[in-house]
Design a protein around this ligand. Structure first.
Ligand SMILES: NC(=O)c1ccc[n+]([C@@H]2O[C@H](COP(=O)([O-])OP(=O)(O)OC[C@H]3O[C@@H](n4cnc5c(N)ncnc54)[C@H](OP(=O)(O)O)[C@@H]3O)[C@@H](O)[C@H]2O)c1
Length: 347
């Protein structure tokens, strides 16, 4: 067993690491994010063939005969694995992460299991008691652009939710700089493609319900609201998600009141300065128009624009929910955990 935090052998141009390919594992490989993680691992120059695992099957029986069928999750199958990507529904990752950490692996959890720091808030939000609360203190919330200094030593990374990623990337630097009036709620009006709901069919996400249609859902009670409030450090948030008749992509429109003396122009300048040189976050100039899903689909990019209307600042932010909102950000985090260039496999 390798000791936790030990960097495995790696070698790619621009990397500080030593030689040979690194082994990672993916749990939940048949889901949308699991497939996306696999696609990105295949394109990553420093990673070898991933170990594909499933935690859905309780026995050690192989779930299928295909050459890339996942093996049942078993601690021994983690030997030699540097990082495990958990692409499983919430609730599943808590015991898995504990086992993986004990085995000397590092973990990037794409589910919501480790995102909320308060176990009571987690229980209220997700309807079940947290079963690994002892791990919450060490979790690094992996909004990469804001988590960089902590990632090289992180054992357990909570990959942010897709909606929170689209909202927090523009909002967080503005709140931190004291530019947002916190006496009025921030309004996040967000629209997602149907892949955001995962690959389990439900009456609300089958073709007949989504095609040629558009509606809000979970109004007043979506689980990503506490996550956005926690990470942005805001008291009041109105968050309304909508289901778009497209497969991938999120467009979030954020309405906020600036503090006295602040303006959309000043906020744009602040964000452009903040994200200058970032490989994946682009704050558009006033004349460049609006972010669109087509510009970010299948990329790890987030495009942001700002405008002003009647004393409010309107921010639009577009990402691909399966890439910057899930698998791409997970690989970006892994790159920093293992000492790869941050954009390795992502450009
Ligand atoms: N979809 C998005 O845009 C998105 C974005 C950010 C975060 N996330 C989060 O990422 C996680 C995965 O999302 P997804 O969209 O990929 O979901 P998904 O398409 O529903 O896939 C989840 C996979 O997890 C495994 N699984 C299902 N039930 C399980 C159980 N009871 N026990 C163990 N494994 C089980 C299955 O894979 P195997 O049968 O191969 O094991 C399944 O294919 C979720 O927690 C989700 O909230 C999703």
């Amino acid at each position: 067993m390798r000791s936790v935090g030990e960097t495995p052998a790696v070698s790619i141009p621009g990397s500080d690491g030593p030689t040979s390919l690194t082994t990672v594992a993916v749990v939940g490989t048949t889901g949308y994010t699991g497939q996306e993680v696999r696609r990105l691992i295949d394109a990553h120059p420093g990673l070898g063939a991933p170990r594909l695992l499933t935690a859905r099957h309780a026995t050690a029986d192989a779930p299928g005969d295909a050459p890339d069928a996942p093996e049942p999750f078993h601690p021994e199958r983690l030997d030699g694995v540097a990082v495990v990507f958990l692409c499983t529904p919430h609730g599943v990752a808590q015991p898995l992460a504990r086992t993986e950490l004990e085995r000397g692996c590092r973990v990037v959890d794409l589910s919501a299991d480790f995102r909320l720091r308060d176990p009571e808030l987690h229980a209220r939000t997700y309807g079940a008691k947290h079963t690994a609360p002892e791990l919450l203190d060490e979790v690094v919330y992996g909004l990469t652009e804001h988590a960089r200094p902590r990632l090289p030593d992180a054992r357990l990374v909570a990959n942010p939710g897709c909606y929170p990623t689209s909202v927090l990337l523009p909002l967080l630097p503005l709140v931190s700089a004291g530019l947002v009036d916190q006496d009025v709620p921030v309004v996040a009006d967000c629209k997602s493609g149907v892949s955001g709901a995962g690959n389990t069919p439900a009456p609300s996400n089958v073709f007949g319900a989504v095609h040629d249609n558009f509606r809000a859902y979970a109004v007043g009670g979506h689980r990503h609201a506490p996550e956005i409030k926690q990470e942005a450090g805001i008291r009041k948030l109105v968050f309304v998600p909508h289901l778009l008749p497209v497969f991938r992509g999120i467009l979030s429109t954020i309405y906020l009141r600036p503090v006295q003396g602040a303006s959309a122009e000043g906020m744009r300048a602040h964000l452009q300065d903040y994200y200058e040189g970032e490989p994946f976050v682009r704050v558009l100039d006033g004349e460049e128009g609006q972010p669109s899903l087509a510009d970010v689909q299948r990329t790890n990019r987030c495009h942001v624009a700002l405008a002003e209307q009647d004393g409010h600042v309107v921010i639009t932010s577009a990402i691909d929910n399966l890439v910057k909102g899930a698998a791409g950000q997970a690989l970006q985090n892994m790159n920093l955990m293992l000492g790869f260039p941050e954009d390795a496999g992502l450009t």
